[in-house]
Design a protein around this ligand. Structure first.
Ligand code: COA
Length: 168
């Protein structure tokens, strides 16, 4: 009898972002990635330069709650270069959402820079569906700050956190 020993390769993807806070557009990209990869790690960047509204711990907690229904998704905070973090967690794929042509120039630059740092890490893009094309964390923060309706843009947990932050 012959045995075939197969190496089991786990395809792990990193979905990075500041997630200040996570929106339904981000969740859509994460859910799509979770169907394409065995494991998805949502990497929440500390992004001090962006002066986030929520702390890293808060953003991680909100992202965990928002993705809890996705079995193969976990959420981790990081404060490092993206490629260094990907190396640390042994991840060969970075997944990013592309909403419109305006995202392309920036993403192109970031991907080129990341390839220079480590060309074995592949960046793949998932197109956002039309309903999320215009969505961004800053748009959600702006609407929430003026007490507008954000219920279709974020999860109930994120909505609650934003309402508490803007006391509305
Ligand atoms: N749905 C909804 N919103 C989306 C989205 C989607 N599918 N894709 C992107 N966005 C939004 C984000 O919410 C963000 O909105 P905001 O600017 O209003 O907050 C905006 O589009 C920009 O998104 P992104 O380009 O992903 O930026 P980011 O700040 O969320 O994350 C990192 C950028 C963390 C990936 C990047 O800064 C990074 O890699 N940092 C680590 C340090 C590093 O390696 N730097 C690069 C050196 S070459």
């Amino acid at each position: 009898m012959r045995f075939h020993i197969r190496r089991i390769i786990v395809r792990r993807a990193l979905v990075p972002g500041t997630f200040d806070p996570i929106t339904n557009g981000h969740i859509d990209v994460i859910a799509r990635a979770s169907q394409m990869f065995d494991e998805v790690i949502v990497g929440v960047a500390k992004s001090d330069k962006k002066r986030p509204l929520f702390t890293l711990e808060e953003r991680v907690a909100l992202a965990k709650e928002a993705t809890a229904r996705l079995d193969n998704v976990s959420v981790v905070g990081f404060d490092d270069l993206l490629v260094h973090f990907a190396e640390e967690i042994d991840c060969k794929f970075v997944v990013k959402g592309l909403r419109a042509i305006t995202d392309f120039e920036y993403e192109f630059q970031m991907t080129a820079a990341n390839y220079r740092l480590n060309d074995s890490i592949e960046t793949v893009f998932i197109m956002s569906p039309p309903q999320y094309m215009y969505l961004s964390s800053s748009i959600v923060r702006e609407i929430a700050s003026f007490h507008g309706n954000i219920s279709e843009l974020v999860t109930p947990g994120v909505e609650k956190a934003l309402r508490a932050r803007f006391s509305c």
